[in-house]
Design a protein around this ligand. Structure first.
Ligand code: G1P
Length: 309
């Protein structure tokens, strides 16, 4: 059965961006001039997943509204004849069929995914985490869907990270040889074990889970039986670990696609700013003005430069 649905957990508190996120959901922080979550919904839609479920919480109404039509604003832009902006706001409402479900308590990523069970039903589905943006030129999700098609089971996006950062991620133990057919851009590996945020000296590898998953519906039953793990939260990594251990006997293999493209972490303040600067410099309508300014600012010594009179 092919994958049609994407689930985007968006219930997190965004404490790292306080006070900006006191009343604004972190998913609405602009990356250049679009909210971060729009990039993620667009990625799902581009990969053919036109049914998107947002797992939100009480404070996330703005996220739900963003993907809805806004009749008053549309009428005002129409009266002004501003067709460019009109097109852009309509586009966000037409990207996908966006649904939402509430996660009643912050009980972890595994619990957020379990909240999607009713909507997803007995079908494979994708999960995209909003803190990770994948450059639209790099087809990670599309390749992960092809791997699911080929092997069944579940597929996780992996990326090599510097060893001192492994404790921020779920970390995989994989078979030494890749199984992906030649011609794919990224290697596919068989996952044997997973551990959520291990201490640096206990990490089995530096292959970190990045926020892209294609999951078998079998994960729901496993999640229902997964006790709270790291941080006293129900961890998706722990459920995938159970599936990886069940393996072929249960017809539930877990594969990893080792991504080597461009990923922007927007969950951390400095990485978020790097993503905004980089994407803005690469935008034809903005970069032409921004990049020369940035070069000038840096060559003048950046913050060390004399601010002048
Ligand atoms: C979550 C997952 C973790 C994964 C990470 C990717 O952690 O629990 O396994 O590596 O996303 O961004 P979080 O960043 O939400 O703490």
């Amino acid at each position: 059965m092919s994958v049609k649905k994407a689930v985007i957990p968006a219930a997190g508190l965004g404490t790292r961006f306080l006070p900006a996120t006191k009343s604004l959901p972190k998913e609405m922080l602009p990356v250049v001039d679009r909210p971060a979550i729009e990039y993620v919904v667009e990625e799902a839609s581009r990969a053919g997943l036109r049914d998107v479920l947002l797992v939100t919480s009480r404070t996330k109404k703005a996220v739900e509204d963003h993907f809805d039509r806004e009749a008053e604003l549309e009428a005002a832009l129409e009266r002004k004849g501003d067709t460019t902006r009109l097109g852009r706001i309509r586009a966000s409402a037409e990207l996908a069929e966006v649904h939402s479900v509430r996660q009643q308590a912050p009980r972890g990523l595994g619990h957020a995914v379990l909240c999607a069970a009713g909507h997803v039903g007995d079908e494979p589905f994708a999960v995209l985490l909003g803190d990770d943006l994948i450059d639209e030129r790099d087809p990670l999700l599309v390749e992960m869907l092809a791997v699911r098609e080929r092997f069944g089971g579940s597929v996780v996006g992996l990326m090599e990270v510097p060893e001192d950062l492994v404790s921020l991620y779920g970390v995989a133990t994989v078979d030494p040889t890749a199984v992906g057919p030649a011609g794919e851009r990224y290697q596919t590996v068989r996952i044997r074990d997973l551990v959520e945020k291990p201490p640096v000296d206990e990490a089995p590898s530096n292959l970190a889970i990045i926020g892209r998953y294609v999951l078998s519906p079998a994960v729901f039953d496993v999640l229902r039986q997964t006790p709270p793990g790291r941080g006293n939260e129900i961890q998706l990594t722990d459920a995938l670990r159970t599936l990886a251990h069940l393996g072929d006997d249960a017809g539930e293999p877990v594969h990893g696609v080792v991504f080597t493209g461009r990923r922007y972490d927007t969950g951390d303040r400095v990485d978020y700013l790097k993503a905004v600067i980089r994407l803005a410099c690469e935008r034809p309508d903005i970069g032409g003005e921004l990049y020369p300014w940035l070069e000038e600012y840096v060559s003048a010594g950046g913050p060390k430069a004399d601010p002048g009179p």
